[in-house]
Write a protein that binds this ligand. Structure first.
Ligand code: ATP
Length: 438
């Protein structure tokens, strides 16, 4: 992980937030490469969920919501983690993570294992961030930063039904920030207090929920394969009865094998009619669906797919990072899928003379309308290839003296390092066939 964290900083993927002030614990900023990668991941998810399904609509709900939303959803009463403090060293741990945590004392041991350790009894700690709406900081002005994006979908269920004329089964998708005052954030961007979720709530007739749950499980696992994650590094974790959330009838996590162990990256949940029924009860507004074919009103069941964008981004980086011997050197290469790679192609004039830079600049200008591409004429071509390998650029296009003769260029593929010659006019199509998420 240390090598990856240092690459992320050096090459502009991820920086510590407010670094010049010493940083803010567990908050991160995405740099020029990171923001491209993140946008590409979001766009692959959005395309897969909405463009590829004519029965899924998108929304973008506000982060601040009516405080009653969080009473109805159960978050005010129950969105808590058990917290234990060590009175000896003042460290704080999640009670359910004690076995896998480390006491700050040396030699490293789990909390409670040094004889000086004095762990308190667990106490419940609500993870929602609170703030105030308006100038007066009193109880009536309390609002929360949303801890999940899902509730913005539930409270808009009827708005979407009425405005889109969708019929069950159909889904609503959303990408947006969520905030959780995690007791123990960590492992770089794996667990942070501010993060982005990509969630889809699929509304179905009660009784059809189990079938849809299985369909969405399969579809979501395929998506992780489609963005290039190695299948052998992914597995299912079914929630047992003691793990199930209060709203869920069934839940499966997709886990990835990180250097720090198997961890959840996505949850697929059968939320039953819990959320809509609770909002109906707390708001006093009817949130039933009228099934015209059956001539009946009912509260739909919901299958949720919920994935963290930042966690997927970390997964793609961990999965892609490779070091390999290339001649005398160690080549660091990010084998990112071309669909999500921050830069799709680098355009490199072999030498800085004979009009090659001008031709390369012309190709860059032509491709940049469709793709994030990068022109580079500094240092030897070998060094320039290595720089692109490190940020995962799948194709390097080199303009050389042959280009002056027949308007062809070489395209070097990142993983195999194989080169082929193609007409400069065919580049746009060449990239289209390889970097688009279809
Ligand atoms: P965990 O058990 O890791 O705390 P969770 O089961 O509470 O996660 P969900 O509420 O199901 O997580 O959230 C759905 C997804 O949102 C998770 O699979 C994860 O990808 C992402 N996520 C949740 N909490 C965080 C966080 N603190 N930082 C980054 N991503 C998160």
């Amino acid at each position: 992980m240390d090598k990856l964290v240092s690459l992320c900083k050096r090459r502009g993927f991820i920086f510590q937030s407010s670094e010049v002030y010493g940083g803010l614990n567990s908050c991160y900023d995405y740099g020029p490469m990171g923001v491209e990668l993140k946008n590409n991941i979001k766009s692959c998810w959005w395309r897969a969920m909405t463009y590829h399904h004519d029965n899924i609509e998108g929304v973008d709900a506000s982060i601040l919501m009516h405080p009653r939303v969080w009473e109805a959803s159960g978050h005010v009463a129950g969105f808590t983690d058990p917290l234990v403090d060590c009175k000896a060293c003042k460290a704080r741990f999640r009670a359910d993570h004690v076995a896998t945590s480390q006491c700050p004392r040396k030699p490293s041991k789990a909390p409670g294992e040094h004889h000086e350790c004095k762990l308190t009894e667990p106490r419940m700690f609500n993870l929602m961030f609170k703030t105030f709406m308006g100038p007066v900081e009193d109880q009536a002005a309390v609002v929360f930063l949303r801890p999940e994006t899902a509730q913005g979908i539930f409270v808009n269920f009827l708005n979407v039904v009425n405005s889109s004329r969708q019929k069950l089964p159909f889904g609503i998708a959303q990408i947006g920030k969520a905030f959780r005052n995690e007791v123990t954030p960590g492992n770089f961007i794996f667990r942070t207090r501010e993060f982005e979720q990509m969630e889809m709530q699929f509304f179905v007739r009660p009784g059809e929920d189990e079938e849809w749950f299985e369909k969405w499980r399969a579809t979501r696992l395929e998506w992780h394969h489609a963005i290039g994650i190695r299948p052998e590094k992914l597995r299912w974790h079914p929630h047992g009865p003691t793990e199930l959330a209060h709203y869920a009838k069934a839940a499966f996590d997709i886990e990835y094998e990180f250097p720090f162990g198997w961890q959840e990256i996505e949850g697929i949940h059968n939320r039953t009619d819990f959320d809509l029924s609770r909002h109906q009860e707390y708001s006093g507004k009817r949130l039933t669906y009228f099934d015209e074919a059956r001539k009946e009103h009912y509260v739909p069941y919901v299958i949720e797919t919920s994935v963290g964008c930042d966690r997927v981004l970390l997964t793609t980086l961990v999965d892609a990072y490779h070091e390999e011997q290339a001649g005398e050197e160690v080549r660091v290469v990010l084998r990112l899928s071309p669909k999500i790679a921050p830069i799709k192609a680098a355009i490199l004039p072999l030498v800085k003379k004979d009009g090659l830079p001008e031709i390369a600049a012309g190709i860059t200008k032509d491709l940049m309308r469709d793709y994030r591409v990068f022109y580079d004429d500094v240092a030897s071509v070998g060094k320039r290839y290595r720089r692109q390998d490190e940020v995962g650029t799948p194709y390097c296009i080199t303009v050389d003296s042959q280009t002056l003769v027949d308007q062809t260029v070489t395209v070097r593929e990142r993983d195999t390092m194989a080169q082929e010659r193609i007409a400069a006019t065919a580049l746009r199509e060449y990239l289209a066939a390889r970097v688009r998420f279809d």
